[in-house]
Design a protein around this ligand. Structure first.
Ligand code: ATP
Ligand code: MG
Length: 210
């Protein structure tokens, strides 16, 4: 069953935030697990502090990452892997060997976008063992009601990886959901816009792994 790895080469781009919320959104469509492959174990901490027990399950996959991914993909509809902030980390390499889709959150700054060239190169290298591996950039933390600048557009045009039509805005609701130990889908009216964006990303991801 499809494995989606959330990867990147920069800290703080939103891998964990998107991982938790993507896995939560996918879990409505089919049984989903979130594997935490980042030694910081932020996703696992979120789940351990969670106040509800109907949230998506999170498992530690910081060691034997590829074996654990293979094990879970046999028994679940979707596997989401939250990777460390380096494409050279063993966990990221292992995730890239077995996933269908690498989702790459990037902040809307030209410097961050240019840095994704390294990510693209790793994806190309990983295709020697994982021929059908796809990559998808998702721009995260756009200021609501702000359009992507023309500089960002120029940086994007230098990268061959496709960019998701959905962009994710910078919204306090994402932070509050983490603090409250829930996903954006349990935030009610306060999380409505953010949940709408995540739903749209969930649809795009499903289309890429079908
Ligand atoms: N769309 C968003 N709106 C508001 N805050 C966000 C959004 N996405 C991420 N954040 C915040 O930005 C910070 C970094 O996000 P996150 O921890 O998800 O990034 P990361 O890529 O997993 O970081 P690391 O590389 O350290 O694992 C966190 O404080 C998170 O709450
Ligand atoms: Mg993280």
């Amino acid at each position: 069953m499809p494995v989606i790895a959330i990867i990147g080469n920069k800290g703080g781009a939103g891998k964990t935030t998107l991982g938790i919320n993507l896995a939560s959104g996918l879990s409505v469509r089919g049984h989903t697990v979130l594997l935490d492959a980042d030694p910081q174990l932020s996703s696992l901490q979120w789940r351990q502090l969670a106040v509800r027990d109907d949230l998506v399950a999170v498992h530690d996959a910081t060691t034997e990452t590829s074996g654990i991914i293979r094990q879970f993909r046999e028994i679940t509809e979707y596997v989401v892997v939250d990777c460390p902030p380096s494409v050279n980390a063993d966990q990221t390499r292992m995730a890239l060997e077995v996933c269908q889709l690498a989702l790459i959150p990037v902040l809307p700054s030209p410097l961050d976008l240019w840095a994704t060239i390294h990510v693209e190169n790793e994806l190309i290298a990983a295709r020697s063992v994982n021929r059908n591996l796809k990559g998808l950039i998702v721009i995260n933390q756009i200021e609501p009601r702000t359009r992507l600048s023309h500089i960002v557009g120029a940086a994007l045009s230098e990268i061959e990886l496709p960019v998701a039509n959905t962009t994710i805005s910078r919204r306090m609701a994402f932070r509050h959901a983490m603090l409250d130990g829930v996903s954006i889908f349990q935030m009610g009216a306060q999380g409505r816009e953010a949940a709408g964006e995540m739903k749209s990303l969930v649809e795009e991801v499903i289309n890429h792994v079908q």
